[in-house]
Design a protein around this ligand. Structure first.
Ligand code: FES
Length: 102
């Protein structure tokens, strides 16, 4: 599946995400500066991204753990999500995310 990424400098690119993996893993594997300190356990918020509005509403609601972690993230917006909690699948093919500030 494809993921459209805008980096912290506003540069756009498109990467490939393996089905069943997370958007965080796809970003990290493609060299984007996503610290992902907890390795995807929903316990650090360093994989924070903004999901393009039209996609934000299509994603499953965040779990309580994700909402708690986002409370601690910087520059949170209504479309903020933790990229380790977004699974690559046919449903998320073409999703567009912007990497949030550190
Ligand atoms: S990698 Fe730590 S919350 Fe996503």
């Amino acid at each position: 599946m494809k993921i459209k990424v805008t980096d912290r400098n506003g540069k756009n690119s498109e990467i490939e995400g393996n089905d069943g993996w997370t958007v965080m893993e796809a970003l990290r594997d493609n060299g984007f500066p996503v610290a992902a300190e907890c390795g995807g356990a929903c316990a650090c918020a360093t994989c924070h991204v903004y999901v393009e509005e039209s996609w934000a509403e299509k994603l499953p609601e965040p779990k309580a753990e994700e909402i708690d972690m986002l409370d601690m993230a910087l520059a949170v917006q209504p479309n903020s999500r933790l990229s380790c909690q977004i699974v690559c699948s046919t449903e998320t093919d073409g999703i567009a995310v912007t990497i949030a500030p550190e």
